[in-house]
Ligand binder design. Structure first.
Ligand code: GLN
Ligand code: ZN
Length: 764
């Protein structure tokens, strides 16, 4: 019999219960016991859902109090030494300290999990890193599931992926130097799991989807020989890309099964089936763990049947990856119309899809015939729906194919005009856009949505807030202002709500990092802007001051990357449609006298395909889409962009090709390391490397920001250097924000004073 399983279930809860519990714990409103209770309830509920759907195993090990990588470190006893924790007696407060930092500790660095919008905490590897064993949380969770009577499959991040995802801090030449230390720790965990009666461990090695060098590839066989000695049966899970180049390796590894992502790379199945070792489980990830479209069950069945004829009982049907990346339950949605609803499947519905396929494979097609029919009808309905096709957009897209978008003059000329217009001091200060989103702001937005606040009252409330933000920036003496984005719940949703072709959910939350969740819209049809989206807010803000206030837009790649994207046309096509809408918005802003316009592209780097061979194609359309937004504006209009959380060095030529006049980036957490590439490459335009980390409540002293600026000056010429935080301030509170920005402005002014003479000579 074929088996049904998933690689993981969302941990946050359909109502974001985990988020609210974590945050209450951080505020000291609930204690550790209460938080533990909420976590336990969530796990039990999620297992019950999986069992009720008919999965053969419930997934244990996919729960984490903040992040699965951090939890794996806690399990191994490998949290950074600098925190001074007692690894075996780690409490949740310690765990959160590592994630969030405090007045005396930097938080661990955070970065994107492969090409998703999930962020993990980056392990810190040093020659002193040890893996002497940590907390027993995983075993406790196994016992919980067993006590509830569920068949358990444990999921665990594999040792090679864990090592690979970490960062060497000091004392090591290569991360694999830690392999001989980490393997015994995994062996102990696996032995303990086996002793506790666990029969299957899904061990995730997603790095197999990357371009791996030989040293890493060579490490797999000896590692898995060592791991399989005293362990439950191991299902080696790969996802997010094809692993076809590792076919030999995956055929020979001493594991009981291998999982393949057949949504991203369906063609690899046939190749893997050739010479597939008899009796070894092949887990076919056919249900999309990264998108919310309902599966075409009738189309998915035949290839599975082919596989089944060869594999027999060794075929498992699965989600392509963990369902962490999709919302929990479509049934929570009350406001979707029936047509749109029929096109979608969230995590809970995906369980049913997996079980339906498995049931059909196991000879009970009749039992799921209705499900198959409904899936077929939904596919057809979506393809033919009038809501998907917009002739106006199609026409502009056809015209676009004939032109190359660009600014009027090269940067050198533009920057001259802009300096004349804005007369900014050297090291101009600015912020990234959002200011603290107070509960008053959130309440007003919610009330307006509910209809309990009139539209006009809402406008007044937001304008009052914008005035507060502008006045605060003037009081701080910041040079280039922002309006603070109070009207935006989320930088993508806000725009999506004003564009045709975008759909929304009420509760479609997905974890982004820690307690932070996002509610990505979904793009189902041609994207079109029926009217201006930001104009009145920007104009109001600009009317309050003579200093420039940046117009603030979310760029096309980010709009795409942080949405669930239609799967019936190339991503590039959708990106250009969004860019057309943004182009029109930029034009409107410019005509209204907004002199600086920031087009945020924080997701540009994360959109990069995992395999380098696919980069040029992606970057080409991504850059084209950005340039289309800014195309045609006058030389005096300054275009900014902002990117965060990412390493850029390998794509600098493309970032330069975007030709933004100013780019602000996150650099403080990496101690300006991220900036080195900009210096080596001689990035031609202006740069604002973030001088303080906005993810932490910590207020850095002036001297610290000065140090960072001095580091930045080593690689960025003074005339190109801006001063700003790492990212938007929406998650911070006002006192922290004012204190940190005051220090930032002081740091910039001190620097100005110290280089004044030099600069004076330069200018004349
Ligand atoms: N302008 C946005 C803000 O300040 C940018 C956010 C981001 O980069 N993620 O919130
Ligand atoms: Zn950012």
């Amino acid at each position: 019999m074929a088996k049904a399983h998933i690689l993981g279930f969302p941990r946050i809860g359909a109502q974001r219960e985990l988020k609210f519990a974590q945050e209450a714990f951080w505020r000291g409103e609930i204690d550790e016991i209460s938080l533990q209770d909420i976590g336990r309830d969530l796990r039990a509920r999620h297992w019950a859902t999986q069992k009720a759907a008919g999965l053969d195993y419930v997934s244990v090990g996919d729960f984490a109090w903040y992040d699965q990588v951090l939890s794996t470190l806690a399990l191994l006893g490998a949290l950074p030494r600098r925190f001074g924790f007692d690894d075996k007696a780690l409490g949740l407060a310690d765990y959160y300290l590592a994630a969030r930092g405090d007045a005396t500790h930097f938080a661990m660095e955070m970065t994107k999990w492969f090409d998703t919008n999930y962020h993990y905490l980056v392990p810190e590897w040093t020659s002193e890193t040890s893996f002497a064993g940590g907390v027993n949380w995983l075993l406790d969770e196994v016992y919980e599931a067993q006590a509830l009577g569920y068949p358990v499959k444990v999921s665990l991040i594999g040792p090679l992926s864990l090592l690979h995802l970490g960062k060497i801090k000091h004392g090591l030449q290569h991360k694999l130097e830690l392999l001989h230390k980490i393997l015994p720790a995994y062996q102990q965990i696996l032995a303990a799991l086996r002793k506790s009666g666990v029969t299957w461990v899904q061990i995730d090695e997603p790095i197999l989807a990357l371009d791996l060098d030989q040293q890493w590839k060579n490490a797999f066989l000896p590692s898995y020989r060592a791991l399989s000695m005293d362990a439950p049966q191991l299902l080696l899970a790969t996802y997010f890309e094809t692993v076809q180049e590792h076919i030999e390796l995956l055929h020979t590894l001493p594991v009981a099964g291998v999982h393949l992502d057949l949504v991203r790379a369906p063609q690899q199945l046939a190749h893997f089936l050739t010479n597939w070792p008899a009796g070894r489980v092949l887990s076919a990830g056919v249900i999309d763990g990264r998108n919310i479209w309902r599966a075409d069950l009738p189309a998915l069945l035949p290839p599975l049947q082919t596989a089944q004829r060869q594999l027999g009982d060794a075929l498992w049907v699965a989600s392509s990856c963990s369902l962490l990346h999709v919302p929990v339950d479509l049934n929570g949605e009350q406001q979707l119309d029936t047509e749109t609803r029929s096109w979608l499947a969230f995590a809970t519905q995906k369980l049913d899809e997996i079980v339906a396929l498995t049931t059909a494979l196991n000879g009970n097609a009749d039992a799921v015939a209705a499900q198959f029919d409904a899936a077929r009808a939904a596919q057809l309905g979506r393809r033919n729906s009038a809501r998907i096709h917009n002739p106006l957009v199609q026409k502009r897209m056809a015209e676009l194919a004939l032109t190359e978008p660009h600014r009027r003059s090269p940067f050198a000329e533009r920057s001259h005009c802009q300096q004349k217009r804005f007369a900014l001091p050297v090291f101009p200060t600015t912020t990234i856009g959002s200011f603290p989103q107070t509960s008053a702001i959130r309440q007003a937005r919610a009330a307006c949505k509910r209809g309990t606040m009139t539209h006009l009252d809402y406008l007044q409330t937001m304008r009052d807030e914008i005035r507060v933000v502008v006045e605060a920036q003037l009081a701080l003496d910041i040079d280039v202002l922002v309006h603070g984005e109070p009207e935006r719940n989320d930088m993508v949703e806000y725009f999506g709500e004003q564009l045709w072709g975008y759909g929304f959910t009420q509760h479609g939350w997905v974890q982004s990092y820690g307690s932070r969740c996002v509610k990505p819209p979904f793009i189902y049809g041609d994207v079109y802007r029926p009217e201006a989206m930001t104009l009145s807010w920007s104009c109001f803000a600009q009317s309050l001051t003579d200093r420039p206030v940046k117009g603030m837009l979310t760029g096309p790649v980010t709009m795409l990357q942080w949405s669930f994207v239609r799967d019936d046309q190339p991503r590039a096509t959708t990106a250009l449609q969004i860019a057309l809408a943004l182009h029109d918005e930029v034009q409107d802003l410019e005509q209204a006298g907004i002199g600086m316009i920031q087009i945020d592209e924080p997701a540009l780097r994360e959109g990069l395909p995992l395999k380098a061979r696919d980069w040029p194609a992606y970057l080409e359309w991504a850059v084209r889409a950005f340039k289309l937004c800014a195309a045609g504006v006058s030389d005096e209009t300054q275009i900014h962009t902002h990117m965060c959380y990412a390493e850029f060095n390998d794509i600098l030529p493309w970032i330069a090709a975007m030709d933004a006049d100013v780019i602000t980036i996150e650099t403080s957490r990496s101690d300006m390391e991220l900036l080195d590439g900009f210096g080596e490459f001689s990035y031609p335009n202006q740069i604002g490397p973030g001088v303080y980390d906005i993810h932490s409540p910590r207020v850095p002293p002036v001297s610290e920001m000065q140090n960072l600026l001095q580091k930045a000056r080593k690689v960025v010429p003074d005339a190109q250097l801006w001063v700003n935080p790492d990212c938007g301030l929406k998650t911070r509170n006002w006192p922290e924000t004012m204190a940190a920005l005051a220090n930032m402005v002081s740091a910039a002014k001190l620097l100005r004073a110290s280089v004044q003479d030099e600069m004076h000579v330069d200018c004349c």
